[in-house]
Design a protein around this ligand. Structure first.
Ligand code: GLU
Length: 524
């Protein structure tokens, strides 16, 4: 006869009553996009799907900072900032409080100790006095015998007297869970269905470390229960510990929340997405000029789809359409080019011009091109930023592209450029010089570049008068005014640059070409 199954309550997806989910990052560094995607799905489930069904969907933010060795100062603030920038709002959390606080695990250590004691008293956990040296020896022996590594349960059967003696001797200990040695444990993952684990393959997990701090497992289970979490939606990497958590819930006599492990995010060529493939932290994408709504749209589609076709979803659309049921358990591949495509789409087709202008300003200000107040519509630079943004938005893939592309519109003087760029194909230096002098004269005669139609007519006429093809005249003008051979349409570029600056830049180009011509002639 097989051993009795562990009678643990199964996950209950058809939860009645309020839905409560949590995002529970550990402050060990910057928030990874994978974490951002998990947070997003939790938020969409609580604030979207659950609320649409008339259930109170609460999204809880809990900081899991009990691993003192991996703790990084300021990481918690970084997580708040990244999530806030991303556009997620949490209903309860360390910074907001709430009925189930505190929401930072290091402030809840007494609770975890009490729960560990409770399991010891029930005979479902035990103190383990094994030294790190002994544990290493056991591991080595296991390696030598080609056995899987794991604790050999040496302290599981210590007598009460032995335990007392060790405690009196002041030996340090951890508390381990006494995992059932036989039988099986089932988990029900909402995306994957039922998974059955053989208990004999499970370890006696450490619940409390020798410093009195809980491990992730104990703290996570205790908090999910005490915070009344109904659905645990977390990264795929935790699925292997889910049976142990399910056993822990059973040991406490608690119902297991519904479980859903989000699909893995793979790197472009396969494998885990890591720094060597490109940016992985939410804050890096922010610094690189990605829009939070474009990143949100992109990350939502890493694992979820609405109809397998629609690609563009605003945050509001996502809240309206997201269902957990349509999240696939299969790994999703992170595609940087696709993310750029989404970002360019949002810049070009979704943001209003005022919004775009306001969002490029921090990037322009960091490059010293405007002051940071220029995002205010009342600021003197604002109209110029807005006009330049209108001209260039279809070339911007990220906001960080703005300084380079918009520089010529915002600086009084152009950056130095190569004078030979002024000279078009099949034209000599002197002819180019004559052409620019003629353009200067036209401007002096009162051509106002604010009128694009009149400017175009006048300059086309001038090309004819000079016996040049239009392009042969337009290229030197373009280079003189922007410092580069490519720009948006010439006449709109001239309009946004303004007559005064155009005139100054044509004059500067003439001077540059004269010097250059002198050198060329001398060299000849
Ligand atoms: N603190 C864990 C992490 O950062 C949370 C895992 C979970 O959501 O259960 O991945």
């Amino acid at each position: 006869m097989t051993a009795p199954e562990n009678l643990v309550p199964s996950s209950n997806p058809a939860q009645e009553g309020p839905v409560r989910v949590r995002f529970a990052p550990s402050p060990t560094g910057s928030l990874h996009v994978g974490g951002g995607r998990t947070a997003l799905f939790n938020w969409l489930f609580a604030h979207g799907e659950a609320r649409r069904q008339g259930k109170d969907g609460a999204f809880v933010l809990r900081i899991e900072d009990t691993d003192q060795k991996r703790f990084v100062q300021d990481a918690t603030q970084g997580i708040f900032d990244a999530l806030g920038w991303f556009g997620l709002t949490w209903d309860e959390g360390p910074d907001r409080g709430g009925p189930y606080g505190p929401y930072t695990q290091s402030e809840r250590t007494t609770l975890y100790r009490e729960h560990a004691d409770r399991l010891i008293a029930q005979g479902q956990a035990y103190r383990c006095f094994c030294t790190p040296e002994r544990l290493e020896r056991v591991r080595e022996e296991q390696r030598a015998r080609k056995q899987p590594p794991g604790y050999d349960r040496h302290c599981r059967n210590l007598s009460a007297t032995e335990v007392e003696e060790n405690l009196t001797a002041g030996k340090s200990f951890v508390v381990r869970f006494a995992t059932p040695l036989e039988g099986e444990t089932r988990i029900v993952d909402l995306l994957r269905g039922e998974i059955v684990y053989q208990n004999e393959n499970l370890e006696d997990l450490v619940l409390l470390k020798s410093d009195g701090f809980p491990t992730y497992h104990l703290a996570n289970v205790v908090d999910d229960h005490l915070m009344a979490i109904t659905h645990i939606m977390r990264g795929d990497e935790w699925i292997s510990t889910a049976p142990l958590h399910v056993l822990l819930y059973g040991a406490f006599g608690w119902e297991v929340p519904a479980l859903a492990h989000m699909p893995l995010i793979l790197a472009p060529g396969g494998g885990k997405l890591s720094k060597r493939h490109g940016s992985t932290a939410m804050e890096e994408f922010r610094a690189q000029g990605y829009l939070p709504e474009a990143l949100m749209n992109y990350l939502a589609l890493l694992g979820w789809s609405f109809d397998g076709q629609t690609e563009i979803f605003s945050p509001e659309d996502l809240l309206e359409k997201f269902t957990l049921e349509r999240v696939s358990p299969s790994p999703a591949t992170f595609d940087y080019a696709k993310l750029r495509w989404f970002n360019a789409h949002y810049i070009n087709h979704v943001l209003t011009l005022d919004d775009l202008a306001a969002r490029v300003v921090p990037f322009l200000a960091a490059a010293g091109l405007v002051d940071s107040g220029a995002s205010d519509p009342g600021h003197t630079d604002y109209p110029l930023v807005r006009d330049a943004a209108a001209l260039l938005k279809d070339r911007l893939e990220t906001l960080a592209d703005a300084p380079d592309l918009m520089r010529s519109f915002l600086q009084d003087e152009l950056e130095p450029y190569d004078p030979t760029l002024l000279v078009p194909k099949k034209l000599g230096v002197l002819e180019t010089l004559d052409a620019l002098v003629a353009v200067e004269r036209v401007l002096d005669d009162g051509l106002d570049v604010a009128d694009e139609v009149a400017t175009e007519a006048r300059l086309r006429g001038l090309a004819e008068e000079l016996g040049l093809k239009a392009g042969q005249l337009f290229m030197p003008i373009r280079v003189a005014v922007t410092g580069r051979t490519q720009s948006p349409g010439l006449f709109e570029t001239l309009r946004v640059t303004g007559t005064v600056r155009c005139r100054e830049r044509i004059a500067a180009a003439i001077a540059l070409l004269r010097d250059h011509g002198d050198e060329t002639l001398t060299a000849d």
